[in-house]
Design a protein around this ligand. Structure first.
Ligand SMILES: Cc1cc2nc3c(=O)[nH]c(=O)nc-3n(C[C@H](O)[C@H](O)[C@H](O)COP(=O)(O)O)c2cc1C
Length: 222
């Protein structure tokens, strides 16, 4: 187990260089074979990339999904400090003047606007084309214990990735949206249960963690 206590998601700036065999092996290590890497040059990677953009677009048009997203936005500085969870301008990697604009002028209702949704789709299309390739992580079953265990292993892998300075960006909309879930199920064996779709890659500069973390005492009773 890694000694690091913080890991981070890195969306922007993933380089178009495929992962080395040793880095693939290192990332796969927590998963007992339930880790599948598709380098960007493979046809499977192109299929995952196109699906990621299409599913994101469909989800962003669904008002209930967009509303749920808006509830996790911590656009004002005060709300971010108070709740210490959710998506801040820093964790969305929106920096500089645009970050300031977001924190100062945007609110929950702005997230529901056509402009916000369209910008999200455009950014997703741009990002989906970056990086070394894609990783699919599956679980042995679909029960709560399987999901919790797969999540634990994901966290272990994410800490390893931080040590190795590898960027990981989960893009999970294809397994959240019914149409794509059915499509994936129709093309694979019934025991292929995808739980994570990750874009992975090298970056020139590995940034420090930025996400807010709640103190353990806020959500754990002894
Ligand atoms: C389990 C998990 C699933 C996520 N799924 C997505 C996703 O589907 N699309 C996306 O753009 N970001 C996704 N993210 C990234 C978050 O939007 C956010 O940027 C990130 O968690 C920032 O915090 P971190 O650096 O502590 O990971 C996901 C993150 C986690 C941990």
């Amino acid at each position: 187990m890694s000694g690091l206590t913080a890991r981070r998601t890195i969306k922007k700036g993933q380089l178009p260089k495929e992962l080395s065999a040793s880095d693939v092996q290192a990332l796969a290590q927590p998963f007992d074979g339930r880790f599948f890497y598709f380098p960007r040059s493979s046809s499977h990677a192109a299929c995952i990339r196109d699906g990621a953009v299409a599913a994101y677009k469909a989800q962003s048009r669904r008002d209930d999904a967009q509303r749920e997203l808006s509830h996790w936005m911590r656009l004002g500085n005060g709300e971010a400090r108070e709740k210490r969870d959710g998506l801040t301008s820093d964790s969305m990697e929106v920096q500089g003047l645009t970050g300031w604009f977001l924190r100062t002028f945007m609110d929950r209702e702005s997230v529901m606007s056509d402009g916000f949704r369209t910008r999200g789709v455009d950014l997703t299309a741009e990002l989906a084309d970056q990086g070394a390739g894609w990783v699919i992580i599956t679980s042995p079953g679909a029960g709560p214990a399987d999901l919790l265990e797969t999540g634990r292993r994901f966290e272990r892998m994410a800490l390893l990735a931080t040590e190795l300075k590898l960027a990981i960006h989960p893009m999970t909309q294809q397994i959240e949206e019914e149409k794509w879930r059915r499509d994936i199920a129709g093309r694979h064996a019934p025991d292929m249960l995808p739980q994570f779709i990750l874009r992975v890659g090298y970056v020139d500069e590995y940034p420090a963690p930025v996400s807010l973390r709640r103190p353990v005492s806020w959500f754990l009773r002894s």
